[in-house]
Design a protein. Structure first.
Length: 562
């Protein structure tokens, strides 16, 4: 029995590993056939010269906006230069790259930008120190009053608000008279320093009113922080980068300097999310790129720090999803993503994706990791289900919400891998889902077993259905077909070899559920042959192989003893 199980597991692993390898080989072969066909047609037409490599094709339009968008952090090339990368029209052909031997470049934190910032800091260190001192002055104004018992709590908060408003007003007056970063005079970046310190003081005042003195409720505190964030966004549109740096770093560090009781820590999750959204709103007009990266690193690190140290998984998930949605929508200024260009996985063919695409992939990856962390670190069944629910939301978002964005086509792999990791880690680490399921083995005969396995199986089936729906609408349907034919079967194999559902639900009901998934794969194979997509025979064969494997597994479960 153990030998047969081991052999069946090896066959399943071989199927999962061999299929993507065959897909990659097929993509390369299709690319070669396409190039040879073009050269043969050119020869038949009597062309004088036959290029050694295919000429770049125009980018196919798949959205309302032009596909060839300029990255936020890269200046558009001159008209005489060729574009660095062009996305192929062929669904299975890898993008053709001009100068493919050139390694990918880092566009956000380049060496020249770091050197430029270091030189500026050497020349203007007094200004930087002054901005930091004014920022700390606004925070210590409240803290010193609390420690010394000076004034009432209400007067301390009001004093901080007045101090912050005076700093911002002074910075605005200087900016209107002398400018900010457009002058080489003595007031260069001084308005940004003053207004940034004032903005930080306002953040600290609202936080103190809630965290230190409990003068306002959570709703009022959130509204106040949102108002200060909106003010920072408006000021950031008119000022130089110094204001944004002071605002982001100062506002992020303010809670650590203020302190306060632990029962209000959950509010800080939304506080950091608001800072990230404000920085993204500034960067959507300024197009600095590094502002978005700096804001996301600072705020998401703080959000994770609070979750690991204190908890509050529901607020942690909400804040992470807020930041992820903002980082996807705000840079493009679209409610429905329409990112064009190469996906992040295009780096396999040495194609550099645009900055909004890289940003979107990073926050989606963070959201998938957050969902898995909540399910793993959580101590109760509700936390595990919360993590699984977030994975379902990400599946829906990456397949349905992002279907008009060809550059985001690889985002769906994140919730898929997170969900499969959830099934595995719950069993390997005895998570709350697996413990509840395993305890049902010794339940009284008159009680019903928990439906955890059925819930996991339903989520896997829904994920496969979503990916099958996306398949004919994608530029590379073969990749989506592989994902749709793998998610539910791999989930079944993981449940069988790590959970052993038959010991709780019985062999025959579990075998029937496996046959049901095999029926779904068979339906996909039949529907695939009716679709007008390239390589539909190969696509149908993927679903057929999945169905045959599941049928074999169900027969193995029922007929092993026989």
């Amino acid at each position: 029995m153990d030998g047969l199980l081991f052999l069946f597991g090896l066959l399943a692993v071989a199927w999962v590993l061999a299929t993507p390898i065959l897909l990659i080989l097929h993509v390369k072969m299709s690319s070669k056939v396409t190039r040879l066909t073009e050269r043969l047609e050119a020869l038949e037409k009597g062309a004088k010269t036959v290029p050694d490599a295919p000429t770049p094709k125009p980018v196919a339009k798949v959205a309302s906006e032009p596909v060839a968008k300029v990255s936020q952090d890269v200046a558009p090339p001159p008209a005489s230069q060729k574009p660095e990368a062009i996305v192929s029209e062929s669904p299975t052909e890898p993008p053709s790259v001009a100068g493919a031997d050139v390694p990918p470049k880092a566009f956000v934190f380049r060496q020249d930008k770091i050197t430029e910032f270091s030189n500026w800091l050497k020349e203007n260190w007094v200004l930087a120190a002054g901005a930091a001192s004014l920022s700390l002055a606004g925070i210590f104004l409240v803290q010193y009053g609390a420690e010394r018992g000076l004034l009432t709590p209400v007067m301390r908060v009001i004093s901080a608000i007045v101090f912050g408003a005076i700093l911002m007003a002074g910075g605005e007056v200087i900016r209107r008279r002398f400018g900010d970063d457009d002058t080489d005079g003595a007031t260069q970046f001084l308005p940004s320093a003053l207004s940034g310190a004032g903005l930080l003081t306002l953040f600290a005042a609202v936080l103190s009113a809630r965290v230190l003195y409990d003068l306002i409720g959570p709703g009022q505190a959130f509204a106040g922080l949102a108002l200060v964030s909106a003010i920072g966004v408006v000021f950031g549109w008119f000022y130089g980068p110094v204001l944004t740096v002071v605002g982001i770093l100062g506002a992020t560090s303010a809670p650590y300097l203020i302190g306060g009781p632990s029962d209000t820590t959950w509010l800080l999750q939304y506080y950091f999310a608001l800072i990230a959204l404000a920085a993204l709103a500034i960067d959507t007009l300024k197009r600095w790129a590094w502002v978005s990266v700096l804001a996301l690193i600072a705020t998401l690190s703080s959000i994770w720090f609070i979750f690991v140290g204190v908890g509050y998984p529901e607020h942690f998930i909400a804040a992470v999803l807020m930041v992820a949605a903002g980082a996807i929508m705000i840079p493009q200024r679209r409610l429905v993503p329409d990112h064009a260009g190469a996906p992040v996985l295009g780096v396999i063919w040495r194609v550099i994706p645009e900055f909004p695409t890289r940003l979107s992939f990073a926050v989606t990856l963070n959201a998938g990791a957050a969902a898995l962390a909540v399910a793993m670190i959580g101590t109760n069944l509700a936390d595990a289900y919360l993590g699984m629910l977030v994975m379902v939301v990400l599946m829906v978002a990456t397949t349905l919400w992002m279907w008009r964005a060809p550059a985001l086509t690889d985002h769906a792999v994140i919730p898929t891998l997170s969900f499969l990791a959830l099934i595995a880690t719950q069993a390997l680490n005895s998570g709350p889902m697996y413990r509840t399921f395993a305890d049902a083995v010794s339940r009284p005969p008159e009680t019903s077993p928990p439906a955890i396995v059925w819930h996991l199986l339903i989520v896997a089936a829904v994920g496969s259905v979503l990916m099958f729906w996306r398949m004919p609408r994608a530029s590379m349907p073969l990749i989506w077909a592989f994902a749709a034919s793998s998610l539910a079967p791999v989930a079944v194999f993981l449940l069988e070899f790590l959970w052993d559902p038959a010991q709780v639900h019985g062999t025959y009901p579990w075998a029937l559920s496996v046959i049901a998934v095999a029926g779904l794969m068979t339906l996909f194979a039949e529907r695939a042959m009716r679709l007008e997509v390239q390589d539909k025979a190969l696509i149908a064969s993927l679903f057929a192989v999945a169905a045959i494997s599941l049928i074999g597994m169900s027969l193995f479960l029922v007929l092993t003893k026989t």
